[in-house]
Design a protein around this ligand. Structure first.
Ligand SMILES: Nc1ncnc2c1ncn2[C@@H]1O[C@H](COP(=O)(O)OP(=O)(O)OP(=O)(O)O)[C@@H](O)[C@H]1O
Ligand SMILES: [Mg+2]
Length: 462
């Protein structure tokens, strides 16, 4: 152990612990000299043969040997290289556990990596702000505020068929190339929120610029913080992208803001956890995913949602409002694979799901939401009775149309046989038209219901 030299961060370490690299295999490094003072989740710094420092995280112990994984690449690290751990007192250790991100409001409009470094070529980020724990626990369940009022997502298909409240968490289930990124860009631009935080986890590098410039656009970017770890980064970086984005969202939420959090994709986050778990010696269980993935996943998803219930009045005498994180997590589903373990786990944790379907995209209807398979668990509670009746009618018409459209197209159905079917034939194509929405179009909740009312007339069930 050595005495620490003062460093330019808030917490000054009380000492430095030196260890050595004793072995490397695959994605992990074995370190000696780390016992007694370090634990799982601690970050160590490894000096490569070229003098470069690589940050690594301890993911497991085997006897006295710590197993660590690097945030960057293992290139230039060999047996005997020095590993250093900064020792903090217990209080500092508690505050820093799992790493921190020092964020402030000026980060809106910027694209950063999971370590909080800018990667958009727009110069350094303004320093300052309080350090936020990357792996903060979710707010205490009993002290959490209730969901907020209805939130306007600016997209007709979602405003009508999966109406959401502030603080709600939804899964967006879709295959590749069905329109996730476009929909997420539309959500960031159109949603009536104060701040959007977007995590791009494991995307191809080329797609990041496309997303920021085309899907998000200058207007969407201005109110967003975008956290990126592309598919070529280490699994730790990809995992950290999700945590960093969540920490950023929590920072804004704790200021009482209405935050929209978009994560593309939670499947890639789980795949990163799988790589980390397997490298640290965990056994694969469900489809190669070790059990720790399904313990970790709810801990991340639960952090989205309402903040702590604020009591009392603010300085202007108004009732204090709890901040909210409304979240949309995308899940990759290929084909109709309902046994996919990540999709299964996510569906069970969240308060609703939106299903995008290739069949619909191929027919040219974007966003390709299958409204019959999509669901928000706060509906019908968040709508007026007349609105619920309208939606119920529309769902019934779409469902009937789904059953009979092949027959109608083949000429096997004769009008007049069934009143429900006749009505569906008349209104379903018009409802489909309402569900269509171009990338640049925005539709408020009121406009969405107005359009539906125009097609359906007064609700039958009201
Ligand atoms: N609202 C829309 N209007 C018109 N076209 C759209 C719309 N949404 C998606 N598309 C079309 O679908 C294509 C794929 O969309 P997008 O890149 O958003 O899909 P993705 O699911 O993110 O794909 P990947 O899995 O490759 O990331 C777009 O290039 C575009 O042609
Ligand atoms: Mg995409």
């Amino acid at each position: 152990m050595r005495a620490a030299v003062a460093e330019p961060w808030h917490d000054v370490p009380v000492g430095l612990l030196d260890g050595r690299v004793t072995g490397l295999s695959g994605l992990s490094v074995s370190l000696s000299g780390m016992r007694d003072f370090t634990g799982v989740g601690d970050r160590v710094s490894i000096a490569g043969l070229d003098g470069r420092e690589t940050e690594a995280e301890i993911v497991a112990f085997r006897g006295d040997t710590a197993i660590a994984m690097p945030y960057g690449s293992l290139e230039g690290i060999g047996s005997g290289c020095r590993a250093t751990f900064r020792l903090f007192d217990q209080e500092q250790r508690r505050r820093r556990a799992g790493g921190t991100l020092t964020i402030n409001a000026s980060w809106q409009g910027r694209v950063i990596d999971p370590m909080g470094r800018p990667i958009d070529g727009k110069g350094p980020l303004a320093p300052g702000g309080e350090p936020r724990r990357l792996r903060a626990p979710p707010p205490e369940a009993a002290l959490r505020a209730r969901l907020g009022p209805r939130i306007d997502l600016g997209i007709r298909a979602l405003n009508l068929f999966t109406t959401c409240r502030e603080g709600q968490r939804l899964g967006l289930f879709a295959g590749s190339g069905v329109g996730k990124s476009t929909l997420m860009g539309m959500l960031a631009r159109n949603t009536d929120c104060d701040v959007a935080v977007i995590a791009l986890v494991g995307e191809r590098g080329r797609e990041v610029r496309e997303f920021v410039e085309d899907d998000l656009g200058p207007e969407g970017l201005a109110k967003s913080v975008v956290v990126v770890a592309t598919s070529d980064t280490s699994p730790l970086m990809r995992r950290e992208a999700a945590y960093a984005a969540m920490a950023a969202a929590e920072y804004f939420r704790d200021q009482g803001k209405s935050v929209l959090m978009l994560m593309d994709s939670v499947t890639r986050f789980c795949q990163a956890l799988r790589e980390i778990g397997l490298s640290s010696g965990e056994p694969p269980a469900t489809r190669g995913y070790p059990p720790s993935v399904f313990a970790e996943l709810p801990r991340l998803l639960e952090r989205a949602g309402p903040g702590l219930d604020e009591r009392g009045l603010d300085d202007r005498g108004r009732k204090r409002r709890a901040g909210q994180i409304t979240a949309m997590f995308s899940v990759l589903v290929e084909g109709d694979d309902h046994n996919e373990p990540v999709a299964d786990a996510v569906r069970g944790i969240l308060d609703g799901h939106v299903v995008l379907e290739r069949r619909i995209a191929e027919a040219g209807r974007y966003p390709a939401v299958n409204v019959l398979r999509s669901l928000s668990r706060t509906v019908p509670g968040c709508n007026a009775a007349e609105e619920n009746a309208l939606i119920q009618d529309a769902r019934a018409d779409l469902s009937t149309w789904d059953d009979i459209q092949d027959m109608v197209r083949l000429g096997a159905y004769r009008t007049g046989n069934d009143a429900r079917a006749d009505r569906a034939i008349r209104v379903a194509p018009a409802i489909e038209e309402i569900l269509k929405q171009s990338r640049s179009e925005k539709a408020t909740i009121a406009e969405s219901f107005h359009a539906l009312r125009d097609v359906l007339g007064p609700p039958e069930t009201a």
